[in-house]
Design a protein around this ligand. Structure first.
Ligand SMILES: *Cc1c(COP(=O)(O)O)cnc(C)c1O
Length: 383
């Protein structure tokens, strides 16, 4: 039904074509929404276009998955009802006894998912500082099946050298998966850098408007893993609704434009904040002061993302006062929408958090940069 893949096109073109349903019988320019959960069975037992029941397949999901695979230059993609559902499905596709290496500052809920759920189901996990390749090497075991990376990381914006980790993974015959939520495929393409698997919380930049939850896994190649993923997706059933798929597809059409503009705003804000006397430190991979600036420069393109974090001079209370004094930046969790958000991560992550108490995480949106800077200026001036 959807147009065949074209990996030679530029990402802006692929993004706009994400909603191309022109090959269906009514030939619409904008994609229709297929709400039907079930499809007609012919007398000979066959189904037109193989759609039987929406948990196993739906035209809106098929279109979204094709677009996700193309955007990340993969062969096959699986869409889920959230980023966490996508990660769970990947872990469920591993074997009991398998070992997984993750960054010590991995997205907080992933760590909890590992310790609270998957450890009990027979997976083993080791947490390492992924900015140091030798730490990953030391953690590798014969039963290591997967290395999980996240770059830039949440919320400290650490950078992992994806190509170097990919070489190590290949040598030791395990898979490399990259959570590419923060940079999006517009700024970073892990499969090109040698990774085998890309994961996204499509809730963030793909959706782009803070109004739909979703996730995906994109695989470089089809094979035993894609077969297992497909089974888990259909049988566990954490699939996105047709309307969720439609909304994420709508978001994707403007993804390259939004990400590049938001990233440009973030770089300008990072430079401004780095000079401000009330700020102790800015974590942003586009700053020369970032310890892995050269790695970021080599593996990211067209910008360093629209996420940054700052350490406010003073304690947690001072950081919270600044966040509450901001007017344009809304105090809320999540990221990747058109609106700028700020969050005191430590109070969200709770007791087990390793995030500095004076850290504020910033998701930079599409407002004018002058207005953003004016907002931080007045907030940081407050005692
Ligand atoms: C939000 C997020 C997730 C989880 O995705 P959900 O859609 O909230 O389930 C995973 N990784 C990163 C980096 C995220 O920002």
């Amino acid at each position: 039904m959807p147009l065949p893949m074209n990996k030679n096109q530029n990402i802006e073109t692929i993004a706009v074509k994400s909603a191309d349903y022109s090959l269906t019988d009514t030939r619409p320019v904008s994609p229709p929404l297929y709400l039907s959960t079930t499809y007609h069975r012919s007398e000979d037992g066959s189904y037109t276009n193989d759609f039987v029941y929406t948990r196993s397949g739906n035209p809106n999901r098929e279109l979204l998955e094709k677009s996700l695979a193309e955007l990340e230059k993969g062969t096959v993609a699986f869409a889920f009802a959230s980023g966490m559902a996508a990660i769970s499905a990947l872990f469920q596709s591993l074997e009991p006894g398998d070992h997984v290496i993750l960054p010590d500052d991995v997205y907080f809920n992933v760590r909890t998912l590992c310790t609270e759920v998957f450890e009990r189901w027979g997976l083993a996990f080791t947490w390492v500082d992924m900015t140091d390749l030798s730490k990953i090497e030391e953690a590798l075991r014969p039963e290591t099946a997967l290395i999980w990376a996240e770059s830039p990381s949440n919320p400290q914006l650490k950078i992992t050298d994806i190509a170097a980790v990919a070489r190590l993974a290949k040598e030791r015959k395990c898979l490399l998966a990259v959570d590419n939520t923060w940079p999006s495929p517009v700024l970073q393409q892990p499969l090109d850098l040698g990774a085998d698997i890309v994961m996204h919380s499509t809730t963030k930049y793909f959706g782009g408007h803070s109004d739909v939850l979703g996730g995906c896994i994109v695989l470089k190649e089809e094979g035993p893993l894609s077969k297992r993923m497909s089974h888990v997706q259909t049988l566990s059933g954490a699939v996105p609704s047709p309307f969720d798929c439609w909304l994420i597809g709508r978001g994707i059409q403007t993804l390259p434009l939004r990400v590049k503009a938001q990233s440009k705003n973030a770089a300008a804000l990072a430079h401004y904040l780095e000079e401000h006397p009330a700020i102790m430190k800015v974590n942003y991979p586009g700053l020369r002061s970032h310890p892995q600036y050269s790695v970021a420069l080599a593996q990211m393109k067209e910008g360093f993302g629209a996420m940054l974090s700052v350490l406010v001079k003073g304690n947690a209370e001072k950081a919270i006062t600044v966040a509450n004094a901001l007017r344009l930046f809304t105090t809320a969790t999540s990221l990747g929408g058109v609106e700028s958000l700020v969050e005191h991560r430590r109070s969200v992550e709770g007791d087990k958090s390793t995030t500095p108490a004076n850290l504020l995480r910033i998701s930079v949106g599409l407002e004018h940069i002058d207005d953003m800077i004016a907002d931080w200026d007045q907030a940081l001036a407050k005692k």
